[in-house]
Ligand binder design. Structure first.
Ligand SMILES: Nc1ncnc2c1ncn2[C@@H]1O[C@H](COP(=O)(O)OP(=O)(O)OP(=O)(O)O)[C@@H](O)[C@H]1O
Ligand SMILES: [Mg+2]
Length: 383
């Protein structure tokens, strides 16, 4: 019988992790990652058990401390490559509860697993009850991407964020990662000299109040928006580590983090995609766009970005005159279709001209077709 526990195996050592995976397969589903991805993965999802194989660099103590700080109930088991008393002490102090030395203690480790996992499960419900009062929630990061420029990413990201904000009580932030040219500031008529770049000096201690200091609150919907520096030179100074830190900090303070991305891949975009819980790929119903989607899939495989489990398609600008019909597109897509949004030039025009938000309050009458379609999409993620 397979257990429901979520087990993460952190290892850069092929021999050891193959030994462990072979012994555990069938009884437990185990996700394998490299040690450098620990922080990202712990931010993405809660894990019950982390089996941490000693890496070659000395990041073990720091990583385990991090795991225990974001998820105090996670049980950490450490696999050492030599028996070293001072290491045992520092690893235990960091929060690991079990310690095994490989290869000598492999059989001991495997034989102890059922008992350790069972007692973990028995304690789990008790622990979560007492801890839930002071552990903070973990928001979700949704990225809006497309390899095609002008497909509607920014309009969709902003209407989607406004929709989630007005249709729920969630805390929502919209981030413009078009670092060179921006876009959201024009779309939403935001006049401000504060942008993402103002967070760079405080990156090492970045917290919620820094972010709320720099973000703009839309008057009507109370949506927070972090605008782009709109400057190529500044954009160059922003590192991928900064982007990761920014998204992780936002995730701790907001229920939903909506990220508007440009239509090319660079380190910033790859980082944002990797940090995301869901990637919404904006596709317009024509053959060239389908071709670009295919190229994006191939590139993601090469870059090691996991798409299938988190990507879905937003089909935008659909109309009766489409070159390719919606049902034909559905047949060729390898990702689920999350929403279809009609071409709505007439509806959008007045909002774009005035830089007016598409959604302001929950009970608006007479939504334009674009806003109606985005509402359906927004409600589907709130369910
Ligand atoms: N469903 C729609 N109906 C009509 N017009 C739309 C629709 N979606 C987007 N547009 C229009 O398409 C144009 C491009 O939209 P937008 O700027 O949101 O695209 P983008 O993908 O963010 O572009 P970029 O790649 O330059 O960032 C805009 O003029 C926008 O008003
Ligand atoms: Mg855009």
């Amino acid at each position: 019988m397979e257990s429901n526990l979520k087990v993460l195996l952190v290892s850069d050592d092929e021999v050891i992790h193959n030994q462990i995976l072979n012994a555990m397969s069938g009884s437990y589903s185990v996700q394998l990652i490299e040690s450098r991805d620990v922080v990202r993965e712990m931010n993405r999802e809660d894990r019950d058990i982390v089996i941490f194989v000693q890496p070659d660099t000395d990041i073990a103590v720091e990583s385990i401390e991090y795991i225990k700080s974001v998820s105090p109930t996670t049980l950490v088991m450490f696999i050492a490559k030599s028996s070293d008393f001072s290491q045992l002490r520092s690893i235990t102090k960091a929060g690991a509860s079990e310690f095994f030395v490989y290869p000598e203690e492999h059989s001991l480790f495997i034989s102890r697993i059922p008992a350790i996992f069972q007692s973990y499960e028995a304690n789990k419900s008790k622990q979560t009850e007492t801890l839930s009062s002071f552990t903070r929630g973990r928001g979700q990061i949704f990225s809006i991407f497309s390899g095609n420029g002008g497909s509607g990413k920014s309009n969709l990201a902003s209407a989607f964020a406004q929709t989630i904000k007005v249709e729920s009580t969630a805390e929502v932030i919209l981030i413009d990662l078009n670092l060179q040219f921006g876009g959201l500031e024009t779309l939403m008529a935001i006049e401000s000299n504060r942008s993402i770049a103002d967070l760079m000096p405080v990156v090492s201690e970045l917290n919620e109040s820094h972010i709320r200091n720099v973000s703009q609150k839309l008057e009507s919907s109370k949506l927070e928006v972090l605008i782009s520096p709109c400057d190529a030179e500044t954009a160059e100074k922003i590192t991928e580590d900064f982007v990761a830190k920014l998204l992780r900090t936002c995730r701790r303070s907001f229920d939903f983090v909506i990220v508007d991305l440009p239509s090319y891949m660079n380190n910033h975009v790859v980082t944002a995609l990797e940090e995301s819980d869901r990637i919404f790929y904006v596709l317009t119903p024509d053959t060239p766009s389908l071709k670009v989607l295919k190229q994006f899939e191939e590139l993601s495989v090469r870059l090691g970005i996991e798409l299938p489990s988190r990507t879905s398609i937003i089909l935008n600008k659909t109309s009766k005159d489409n070159e390719v019909q919606v049902k034909d597109i559905k047949n060729v897509l390898r990702f689920p279709l999350a929403a279809t949004v009609r071409l709505d030039n007439k509806g959008l025009q007045p909002f774009l001209n005035k830089g007016e938000p598409i959604r302001k309050t929950a009970k608006e009458r007479r939504l334009i077709p674009f806003a109606k379609d985005v509402k359906k999409w927004g409600l589907s993620v709130l369910e």
